[in-house]
Ligand binder design. Sequence first.
Ligand SMILES: Nc1ncnc2c1ncn2[C@@H]1O[C@H](COP(=O)(O)OP(=O)(O)OP(=O)(O)O)[C@@H](O)[C@H]1O
Ligand SMILES: [Mg+2]
Length: 181
Amino acid sequence: MTQIPPNIKREAPNILVTGTPGVGKSTLCTKLAELTGLQWLEISKIAKDYNCLEEYDEQYQCPVLDEDKLLDGLEEVMCKGGNIVDYHSNEFFPERWFDVVFVLRADNTTLYDRLTTRGYTGKKLEDNIQCEIFQTILEEAKSSYKENIVHELYSRTPEELQDNINRICTWLQLWFQDNQS
Ligand SMILES: Nc1ncnc2c1ncn2[C@@H]1O[C@H](COP(=O)(O)OP(=O)(O)OP(=O)(O)O)[C@@H](O)[C@H]1O
Ligand SMILES: [Mg+2]
């Protein structure tokens, strides 16, 4: 007989914030974590701290992520809930982890300026700009999660950043209203 797993309810929602490098994920997540008390999980930093990075990929100029090790390490904290996950990719996370997905966007000029300020050049710069032009991360999110939980948010200016924070805070309030025990 198939065993039905108990319906474990999270005490707070898990939010995924994703998008091309430089669109402003960490900027938004820091403020959101301060305001809400949710825990900001900056995946690139966690992967480094917990030795989930493998050999360096010369073509993409970044280390290769050991996804299985990272996911195993995060399972417990994600099951509890109350996390804001910040990462530039999203398809390898379990779909069940997230209550909502925000894909941050910027226009090409804004992103170009931000990435050159960071010192990105050549292929790395071009690849990231192309990723944004082709809205690769948005498409990835739409094909990995239910479309009605995926929201696109432009974060080009401080005003848009504030609007996005307000919108996410409103979403959070509704989640807590709907999920009162
Ligand atoms: N809404 C915004 N308005 C103006 N500047 C912004 C906005 N959001 C982010 N920035 C600026 O853009 C730069 C990149 O932002 P940030 O580091 O948050 O991007 P990221 O998406 O976390 O990048 P990565 O994926 O590489 O970690 C920073 O200098 C930040 O100050
Ligand atoms: Mg970041």
